[in-house]
Design a protein around this ligand. Sequence first.
Ligand SMILES: Nc1ncnc2c1ncn2[C@@H]1O[C@H](COP(=O)(O)OP(=O)(O)OP(=O)(O)O)[C@@H](O)[C@H]1O
Length: 530
Amino acid sequence: MAAAAPGQINTEPLISLGSRSVDCFKKLEHIGEGTYGQVFTARETRTGEIVALKKIRMDNEKEGFPITAIREIKILKKLHHENVVKLKEIVTSAGPERDELRNQGHERDEQENQGPDRDKQENQDTSKSKGGIYMVFEYMDHDLTGLTVRSGQTFTVPQVKCYMKQLLTGLHYCHVNKVLHRDIKGSNLLIDNEGKLKLADFGLAKYYCSNHEGNLTNRVITLWYRPPELLLGATKYGPAVDMWSVGCIFAELLHGKPILQGRNEPDQLNKIFELCGSPDEINWPDVSKLPWYNNLKPTKTMKRCVGEIFGHFDFHALDLLDHLLTLDPNQRWTAKQALNADYFWADPLPCDPKSLPKYESSHEFQTKKRKQQQQHQTEDVSKRSKSQHSHKNDCPPPIQHTVQAPPQLQGSHHPMTDNQPPLSAGPSHHHYGKPHSLPGGPSRYPPSGNQSGPYHMNRGDQAGGYSGRPYPPQGRAPPYAGSGPSAPSTGGAPAGYGIGPPNYSQNSQYGVPAADRGMSTRNEQYGRKY
Ligand SMILES: Nc1ncnc2c1ncn2[C@@H]1O[C@H](COP(=O)(O)OP(=O)(O)OP(=O)(O)O)[C@@H](O)[C@H]1O
């Protein structure tokens, strides 16, 4: 593909996908805000079809058309599968866009802003705009993160199996076609109300050679889903990187929240080693040859305790998880192996996607926005309450107001505090047993004795769940303090690779010394080293 000259857009990939104007669509709602684009629902004016429009960010036009968009278009043009989101076409806006700067294109705003002055105002606002490029996708009602957080969703075993099977089928298709996704996470797994799951966001995807000869960047995959080989600096890797992320998603679906919530790269590695054991030449041949191994290897030996921590999962689920969360990428299960796992063939079988319950649409962006609004409102209420209180002490009491919860909070279901039963998609005995405590600190997990169910997103007050902590840095933005894939320096606080390795001698993240976990007896039944 020809490189774009500075300041120009390389339209080469667009020609084959048509060049209709974005005016063929009416934007409806802002549903996604990613690193590389804003996503809107829109209606095609001629057919009435609802689509998702992803506006490609052109923040740095000097470098031409963004590489992530080129990748995404190039790869999605070739991938056609029922578990991969469909790129329908590319549309453009030639000149200044009417709604570009106007409050993120909400239809509500359009209705409120009718009148003769409107276009004049918009032209003034957007006079600097150079137009935009949009990818038009089939619309999907949810992303997995939005669905789980928004509805406080608990999934049944057949439901989890159904989603996992589709995820693995889509990924198997990508891998067979030599495409690495490199950003598998909940918000990139789209789900429609027919129960179909599709892989989305191929902005970091890459064609790969089977011989792993290429020198690839290791700064991909969102931190919590990033495999140990990338954290240790590998630049030759393959589909196994996606399979680690699948393992994280699988455990998250069963457990109800992300399982490895590192604060930075060393912390992420630390959490991985605490769960999966420390790497050595026996469980991971050649690990010591990885660029950052010497700086980031754990300072003490840790035993694998996947079977212990997730002992409440059923046998087959645990077996699959164990093969996915395998440190050595060469031993980690492929998508094909995972699809053949007994888990998918044992009762209860995966349900038919069509039998899954239908939910109100939910995307991670909206869920976060709603939560922020609620937080602001709560803060406002508490500020008002405090100021009333101080006035009360200063001067004669005014007419007393009862401080009420803002209307949005009244009677609404808060995804963080509600633990409502799900819209059932199957018998309740399909739920796994109660979860064990997991990494992340005491406030993130319910105290023992909590009656919440296993798939339950245990979102007690402040207890975390999906939104208990801001989402981790994207795989895309280089988060390394030292910058560059050179070996990190040693010593100092574990704030990034450039600063120093993590302090592995700290207490176990699980709150139980590794030696006290008694993992050996239980784990033997699985015939594998946990
Ligand atoms: N086809 C679609 N239908 C419905 N919603 C979508 C669709 N595509 C994307 N979204 C929503 O928009 C969000 C962001 O989209 P996407 O991940 O493609 O953008 P991005 O800029 O690459 O994001 P990120 O920085 O998270 O990788 C998704 O998480 C999803 O909620």
